[in-house]
Ligand binder design. Structure first.
Ligand code: AMP
Length: 214
């Protein structure tokens, strides 16, 4: 299974991508997770990316390109779910060329759609386990009571001003990527509202190769 899971921040694509990858034996590749890991480990890339990530801006394309391509290459081009990449048309073109050069291609691109007010609620109430990266929601999926409080953090880019910034960037830079894939007959739009299981069912139903080897 070779997928891009696409959608605005807070649409739930990270949790869906992680679950889907585990169930289907594919590798979940989240450029956001890779960047936050690099920032925590204070690698050169992490230092360069820190300010952008924390303020909700897009990290310069070439930095993310290398991260994403290395991660896809490491799967042997077998099974992966890309989450958060590509985020610009330029990145979509890079990915297309990279897969083509490696005689690979995406099965499909799934775009999760939810109204803006739902996104703002999800992001402002999102909390993260800083060790495992697991996401929680204060109302719907509160962090377990036995999880030490100092492990539960709110991402800096989930603060109100950064949320608005990220949504504006999404509309300006990332939303057009959908049209790019639609023109190529690769886009499937899925309703991202409802329970986790409902949305998961819709995603799985949209994967053309589902049921064959990953
Ligand atoms: P995410 O966890 O997907 O919401 O990503 C968190 C942040 O990482 C974004 O707000 C960007 O600053 C950065 N980021 C992740 N993926 C990309 C990408 N493909 N291009 C540029 N910046 C990215």
């Amino acid at each position: 299974m070779k997928l891009v899971l696409f959608g605005p921040p807070g649409v739930g694509k990270g949790s869906q991508a992680r679950f889907l990858s585990e169930r289907e034996g594919a590798v979940h590749i989240s450029t956001g997770v890779l960047l936050r890991r690099a920032i925590r480990s204070e690698t050169e890339l992490g230092m360069e990316a820190k300010e952008y990530v924390e303020s909700g801006m897009l990290v310069p394309g070439p930095l993310v390109r290398a991260l994403a391509e290395d991660a896809v290459r490491a799967t042997g081009f077998k099974g992966f779910v890309l989450d958060g990449y590509p985020r610009t048309i330029e990145q979509a073109e890079w990915l297309d060329a990279f897969l083509r050069e490696n005689e690979s291609q995406l099965d499909t691109v799934i775009s999760l759609q939810v109204p803006a007010e739902v996104i703002i609620d999800r992001l402002s109430k999102r909390r993260v386990d800083r060790e495992t990266g697991e996401n929680y929601h204060l109302d719907f999926k509160p962090p377990p009571a036995d999880l030490p409080a100092d492990r539960i953090i709110q991402r800096k880019d989930d603060m109100p001003e950064a949320i608005l910034h990220r949504l504006r960037i999404y509309d300006r830079d990332t939303h057009p990527v959908q049209d790019w894939y639609r023109q190529r007959g690769m886009l499937q739009e899925i309703d991202g509202r409802g329970t986790f299981e409902e949305v998961y069912g819709r995603i799985v139903g949209a994967i053309p190769t589902h049921g064959s080897t990953p």
